[in-house]
Structure formats: C-alpha cells, structure tokens
Write a protein that binds this ligand. Structure first.
Ligand SMILES: Cc1ncc(COP(=O)(O)O)c(C=O)c1O
Length: 408
C-alpha cells in the first residue's frame, strides 16, 4: 500500500490521515459520518478523517478553559492569512484593511454577490462545480449562467466569453463566481488562465468573486495563484478560510478580501454579516494559518500519497474509470460513464430529484461506499462521481476494492 515511507525524523508516523481508527471516526456526529448507516464507508462530503492540528486543538482548549467564548474582536485572523499568503503564495500586497470577516465562504460569496449584482442578475459558474454555487446563488434571487469546463477539465475561455456575453445581455451587473482551485476536478488554475479570466471579465463588465477555500490544499506539482495577484483583477474579491485545509467547517469563520478597486464595495457589506462568525471559529482559523503550516505539510504529504494510491487502486479494481490526478484539493472526479450505469435521476412525488443517482447510487447500494453524485455539480456532471480521498490509506483501499466488486 502506498503510504509515506518512514523518514529520519519519523514524520511518516504523523501523517494526520492515519491517526484515527474507523471506530473513532464513527463516533463523530458530523454529516459525513451520520448521513448513511454504519456499514457505509463515507467518501463524499468534504470533511477530512484527521484529528485537529495540535496548535488548533490547544488554542480551542485554552479558550474553553478560560471561558473565552464571547464576541470576536480585532484583525488577528486577517493578519494570519496575510502572513500565510505572503509566505506560501507570494501575495505581497495583501491589505488587512481591505478585508472583512464573514461567517463562512458560501455566506461570504452570497453577501459579496449581493454587493455587486442586483436581483435577477446573472452569476456565471464553470460547470461542473461545487453544488451550492447553484443553490445559494439561486436562493439569493440571482440567475446561474453556466460556462462549462473544457474536455481537459480546465476553464474554457470561449465558453466564458460566451457566458459573460449572455450574462451581460440579460442582467445589468453580472458576476463570475470562480472556484480557485476548482471543486470537483481538483484543477489548480494557472496564472495565464486567470489573466485570461480577468481580461474577459473586464471586457464584459463582469465582477469576479474568487472562492479560494481549497488554496492551501495544492499538491506537489502545482502552484496556487491568488486571483487578486493577477493583473486586471483589481476590482475583484477573494474568499479565504482554513475550513477545508484544517477541517474546521464546524467552526465558522472566513475572510472576504477586496482588490484595491473593490474596497468601497466591501465597505457596504451590512454590519450583521460580521456578526455571523463565531469567536471560537476565528480563534481556530487564526491559529491554523499562523501555526498550522507544519501540520499542513504533513497532511499534504499524506494526500499526495493517497492521490498516488488511488491511481493504483483504480487501475486494478476499476480499470474502465479513467483517473485524472487532481492538482489540488482532496477530491477525485471520476468519469464512470464507461460503467454503463443508468443515470436517470429519480424524483420523489413532489418532484425533488435525489442527490444520489447513477453511479453514486450503484456504489452506495452495492459497495456500501458513499460518494458525491456527479449530477448535482451541474452540466457535465452526470455519469461522474466525486471521491473524497482525505481518509486513511486503509479506508481508501477498502472502498475502491468494494467499488470494483460492485461492478464486476
Ligand atoms: C469550493 C467550496 N466553497 C465553499 C465550501 C464551503 O465552505 P464554507 O463551509 O466555508 O461555506 C466548500 C466546501 O466543501 C467548497 O468546496
């Protein structure tokens, strides 16, 4: 089994993905572990099977011991992200004064979209993409316009150009909700690609909101480019959070960052938005960015090993499912069309379509492995499943063996 080999400092033993047993994980009460019965291996929602990074756990324990559970104050979170962004991504002109704490990335995205678009305006997304990009935008009375990814799974400038043109035709103030890096494909957009986005957005008068929640999770071989460091992105926004990379989704706090020409817009963010993040969330996310780098590096080594392990497992047990190694995230986007599974999406008697259909339903029913069903990611998703490999090599191996058995 491919797992990080032992090293002189014994770091293999500290791969965070190998520290929890299945029994311990099953005691969790979060959605990943409670949505399905206990015989199901859950490789679906983007939670990781890791203990908390020790500095984060220590900071939370300290806060609880002190009863430090009041309201949040100060700019420590933004400062921690600014330092991390400069060190890891070379983002040197990050300005704490150009930021605002928001409850989480998706609430931040909705609030930023409210600032720069009006009800009925269009929000462009590159499908297939993280499903709440559809739901949350629609619930905020904006219209989703899709710019499908190209066959290479990367953003397609021609599709974006066309989508921006359509968005502009129907709405007065369109926006583009960029997923950087991209969930579910794990593509890490290159600087040139982002420059093309900025040029197109400028030409069509489209404001860009860049969701950078997966940014710390870029794997060896790729380099993350913060959208706001790209020429032409001065009037854009970014959203950053420790939620994915340090597994803190339950501790709400994210940061909205404005480009220099978007600061005045950010200042119009209603006051109540900054009341959403929890103080414990701010503490945890701040410490993650400030002190969680060494733990993150161990995690990235473990994810890199799992990324390689998954290639071996799929080749052996599911050879008809091609594998495109993700460049970032811990998500693998698997094209299951060759399996020939019925991709019909059953609806209940109120017309609501099930979240689990096609190959994901087959794997759930016959392998007892829960994956995210591709159809909920929009155009281009049907026939695919998204597999979360932020788990132990043992669970990953067992899951893919079961999946292989289910289609034999
Ligand atoms: C691209 C993307 N954005 C946002 C989120 C959700 O983040 P939050 O819980 O901070 O809203 C996720 C969660 O998986 C995600 O993948």
């Amino acid at each position: 089994m491919a797992s990080p080999g032992p090293s002189a400092d014994g770091s293999a033993a500290r791969n965070p993905l190998t520290l929890l047993t299945l029994d311990a994980l099953r005691q969790r009460t979060s959605v990943k572990w409670r949505m399905f019965p206990p015989d199901v291996l859950p490789l679906w929602v983007a939670e990781m099977d890791v203990p908390l990074a020790p500095p984060v756990a220590d900071a939370l324990r300290r806060a609880v011991d002190l009863g430090d559970t009041g309201y949040s104050y100060g700019t420590a979170y933004a400062e921690a992200i600014g330092d991390f962004a400069a060190r890891r991504w070379g983002w040197r002109d990050f300005r704490v004064a150009h930021t605002s704490v928001v409850p989480d990335v998706m609430m931040g995205a909705v609030e930023l979209l409210r600032l720069v678009t009006d009800p009925g305006d269009a929000v462009v997304v590159c499908s297939p993409v993280y499903p709440p990009f559809y739901a949350f935008v629609t619930h905020a009375d904006r219209r989703v316009v899709e710019a499908p990814l190209g066959p290479d799974r990367r953003m397609d400038p021609a599709a974006l150009d066309e989508a921006f043109r359509r968005a502009r035709a129907h709405g007065r103030r369109p926006a583009f909700l960029l997923c950087n890096p991209h969930n579910p494909t794990g593509v890490v957009h290159r600087r040139e690609e982002l420059e093309t986005v900025a040029a197109l957005a400028d030409r069509h008068g489209v404001r860009v909101v860049s969701d950078e929640i997966h940014a710390p999770l870029v794997l060896p071989g790729a380099q993350f480019t913060p959208y706001l460091t790209v020429a032409g992105a001065e009037n854009a926004f970014a959203l950053v959070s420790a939620s994915k990379a340090w597994n803190l989704a339950g501790l709400k706090a994210a940061l909205a960052v404005a480009g220099p020409q978007a600061v005045a817009d950010l200042r119009r963010m209603p006051e109540e938005v900054s009341h959403g993040p929890s103080h414990l969330g701010v503490i945890a996310h701040t410490v993650a960015f400030r002190e969680g780098g060494p733990w993150l590096d161990l995690l990235l080594d473990g994810l890199d090993a799992n990324r390689a392990l998954l290639a071996t497992l799929l080749a052996k047990h599911l050879p008809s499912v091609p594998y495109h190694r993700p460049e970032g995230t811990y998500l693998a986007w698997l094209d299951c069309t060759e399996l020939g599974v019925d991709t019909e999406q059953p609806a209940d008697d109120t017309g609501v379509v099930s979240d689990v259909a096609g190959p994901a339903k087959l794997f759930l029913d016959h392998a007892r492995v829960a994956l995210s069903s591709g159809h909920v990611f929009g155009t281009g998703g049907t026939g695919f499943v998204r597999l979360n490999f932020a788990t132990s090599p043992a669970i990953l191996t067992e899951a893919v063996i079961r999946m292989g058995d289910a289609v034999r």
